[in-house]
Design a protein around this ligand. Sequence first.
Ligand SMILES: Nc1ncnc2c1ncn2[C@@H]1O[C@H](COP(=O)(O)OP(=O)(O)OP(=O)(O)O)[C@@H](O)[C@H]1O
Ligand SMILES: [Mg+2]
Length: 264
Amino acid sequence: MIESDKSGQGNEPAVHCRGVTRSFGSGEARVMALRGIDLDVRHGELMMLVGPSGCGKTTLISVIAAILDADGGECRVLGEDLGRMRQAAKTAFRRRHIGFVFQSYNLVPALSAAENVAVPLLIRGEREKPAQAAAVRVLEQVGLAERARAMPDQLSGGQQQRVAIARALVHAPDLIVCDEPTSALDHRTGHALMQLMRSIVMENGRSLIIVTHDARIFEFADRIAEMDDGRIVAIGAPEQVHAAVPPAVPVPAPEASRSGGTAA
Ligand SMILES: Nc1ncnc2c1ncn2[C@@H]1O[C@H](COP(=O)(O)OP(=O)(O)OP(=O)(O)O)[C@@H](O)[C@H]1O
Ligand SMILES: [Mg+2]
């Protein structure tokens, strides 16, 4: 197994959260987004995170991805104690080791698809030509080679989503964190993407956390953690948690309604 320098930290899981809390605002407007999260994600594991809107999923993965600071508790990621890191070190750590797919994609409007995907490589100092070439290779993997030069506003929602996924994969991060990565994708494209992500995790011992409402992709998870009101209320294999978690949003893809949920 090929491991980059931050995977394989002995027996320590890739992500180790204990009692993680986070609130927003103050006084009467205070919202407790995370009320004490305990969660481990192993190296080579694909963990899905499900739960109703507003229960804290994005907040939790933002803390794990070192984008947002926790208020309390312990969060160790790839052997680093995030609570003890200075902001500059955190930023460097995030850029090097973590790939993040935002719920809202966050593509840079003035950059083409390939230029967007190349950003993580350019940030870490790679030269433009090889970075662009690498970006196009990942765009190929997500089925977008022919749209590499398109600008974000010339792409469909599902295509923009795949550009965002390619950008999260291009620098081969040890931990990939995705917020609803298949929400704009039809069944077949979503499945192909999950197969790609699954193979990346299995071949390279990386870890993947995917927030999703999409029951059609639950089968790709090693485990599913169910959140409610800032807490993890259940965790287990997909078939255990699957029954407890009906899709929170109606599935929009026409393929899904035709197949009557029998896709497997
Ligand atoms: N920057 C913020 N300022 C104030 N409140 C916030 C902020 N970010 C999140 N919250 C609140 O924290 C709670 C958790 O939000 P979060 O975005 O983590 O939910 P979520 O589970 O990702 O929901 P969804 O499925 O709708 O994306 C919500 O009540 C939300 O309104
Ligand atoms: Mg969210």
